[in-house]
Design a protein around this ligand. Sequence first.
Ligand code: F6P
Length: 336
Amino acid sequence: MRIGILTAGGDCPGINATIRGVCKTAINHYGMEVVGIHSGFQGLLDIDVENFTDNSLSGLLNQGGTVLGTSREKPFKKTIATSDVNKPELIKQNIKNLGLDCIVCIGGNGTQKTAAKFAAMGVNIVSVPKTIDNDIWGTDFSFGFDSAVSIATDAIDRLHSTASSHKRVMVIEVMGHKAGWIALYSGMAGGGDVILLPEIPYQMSAVSETIMNRIKRGKSYSIVVVAEGIQTDGSRRAAEYIAQQIETETGLETRETVLGYIQRGGSPTPFDRNLSTRMGGHATELIANGQFGRMIALVGDDITSIPLEEVAGKLNSVTEDHDLVVQGRRMGVCFG
Ligand code: F6P
């Protein structure tokens, strides 16, 4: 068999490990040919590809980013500029012309939605969930998430010493798009006193009260972890908005840090490396067995797969009954 592989959407640690897992399994175990497709779905429009050999894959396991490059090209999205081109049909034809029996798509929610539409057109697709946000429905974790949480937790740890030295309130904004998973996991791992998530509405009065009560108990500083997607007045970034509100309401010196793209950079954690390897290998096994139109998933301790049409358009959001939220509340963490 001859398979194509592409990476689409935001980059994150672990993509290269997944490419390695798919391709080394395909070449070494199943004797397949592998074609790397550059820049996500754009590479199928431009026929921008390269033949992968075992040598192309060395050094990928711990390398951040994606050697294939990525893009946020959405072939099914109609734009005035390209209204005369039927991108999905062009891609389907190019896949045929390239002699590809299947496409492995590594990507986030947008990519899963696109993959489901191509599967419905009869294109053989297997997808692997990828995102630091961990907001893809159907899998307990996506690779990239553990690495982002590790980076964010290290940053929060560092903020404790400067907050303590200056007796300040430090607000840190982490990524996550519309989900609060990175804020929840890094906030709890980093000892956040206040953790604000898009999924749990907050009152500034509760935030300020928590901080003032800490002062009364002799705690001279507080750490506030906010997800980028929380509700604000829309005038500025979440961290700036929350820091300004705290300083106004409490009179305490408050500073903010926006962690940004650092959460998407660098080498994957060992957990993400192994999750990437497991998911990549399982994707190739599905292809060898002729099972298409499915997304690889981690459910409990098992690597499995679910139909793509079940995933598209859904979101994996934090719930109030998640045990990190329940346990955090019991320990005095304010979720707003
Ligand atoms: O989906 C990953 C992510 O980093 C989100 O957390 C963030 O909101 C978004 O991508 C940023 O998108 P871009 O890389 O296009 O600026």
